[in-house]
Design a protein around this ligand. Structure first.
Ligand code: FE2
Length: 310
């Protein structure tokens, strides 16, 4: 598979209760690079090894949670084709002109069956990763990689009541593969579904919730497990609330830490996981092995994983 079509998660826009505390968390502690404060006071961040202008947007609000997320597609022609496919599938699509979202080309905006607002875009201003593109070397100058040593945004998990419909849309319209699925061992109902548009074990996942439009977490990619241990040390140093310390997921096989920003939004740092190809079979887990599916080093599920969302 040559990677075309929908490329990757490109942007997550989340609400925070206190911007000063949020900037300390995402900027000072996690080490994301602040690239813009817009006229509405929204703060934009990128990770060091991303070329695009930003991947995370913070907006101060009265409630935590997610405003929207956006996937980047290969080019403008892909965007046009996906609009046709979305409309044929029965999804209403709104046009957003270039520049309405800072540094961004035109976008398609629509609602998922789970009630989340999703965007697709093909263009975002590229500002590089400081290495350049000729003889770039392997690491930036001292001080560019800071805090948790985060390379890039990786994936997100969203919660809602119609996760099977989300999975169908992502598979049929966006050509994602279902990599893994967790089901109730008795009813066979889907509890969470993992889908990929790349060779990663997931680019987005869905967890069943009684309410629509819930945000579970945004995950950031680290280069190695030693970076995960380093991030864990900083999480302790800065007294960041931890939900699950260094562990490994059964699903995706990624090494992970879950923690919360000062507004209660869940974050993850993630590294590893297997390589997915389009002919890799879908893996099914059931609740008879719920602990191992979630956290394979202690085989213990955390109830908060299904109940604490923003
Ligand atoms: Fe995750």
């Amino acid at each position: 598979m040559a990677l075309r079509g929908v490329l990757r998660l490109g942007e997550v826009s989340i609400r925070v209760l206190d911007m000063k505390a949020a900037r300390q968390h995402y900027g000072t502690h996690m080490g994301l690079i602040e690239t813009l404060v817009d006229e509405e006071g929204k703060v934009y961040y990128k990770c060091w090894d991303e070329h695009d202008h930003h991947c995370l947007v913070l907006r101060e609000a009265d409630s935590a949670g997610m405003d929207h997320f956006a996937f980047k597609v290969f080019d403008d022609q892909t965007l046009t084709e996906l609009e046709g496919k979305l409309r044929a599938y029965g999804i209403e699509v709104e046009h957003i002109a270039a520049g309405v979202y800072p540094k961004s080309g035109r976008r398609l905006k629509f609602l998922l069956p789970t009630g989340h607002t999703m965007h697709l875009y093909a263009e975002k201003e590229q500002i590089g990763n400081t290495l350049g593109t000729r003889n770039p070397g392997v690491m930036p100058d001292e001080g560019v990689i800071r805090g948790f040593r985060i390379n890039r945004i990786d994936h997100l998990l969203i919660g809602g009541d119609k996760i099977d419909e989300n999975a169908k849309l992502f598979q049929e319209v966006f050509e994602f593969d279902m990599t893994e699925r967790l089901e109730d061992v008795d009813t066979k109902a889907s509890l969470s579904i993992f889908v990929s548009c790349s060779t990663k074990p997931h680019d987005i996942a869905f967890v069943v919730q009684p309410e629509p439009n819930r945000f579970h977490h945004v995950s950031f990619l680290l280069e190695s497990v030693s970076d995960l241990v380093h991030a864990g040390d900083l999480i302790g140093k800065y007294r960041i609330p931890v939900e699950v310390n260094s562990n490994r997921h059964g699903i995706t096989r990624g090494a992970t830490i879950y923690f919360f920003d000062p507004s209660g939004n869940r974050n993850e740092v993630f590294t590893g996981g297997y390589v997915h190809y389009p002919d890799t079979p879908t893996l099914t887990w059931d609740t008879s092995e719920l602990g191992a599916a979630a956290f394979s080093q202690d085989n213990t599920f955390r109830d908060s994983f299904f109940t604490v969302l923003t």
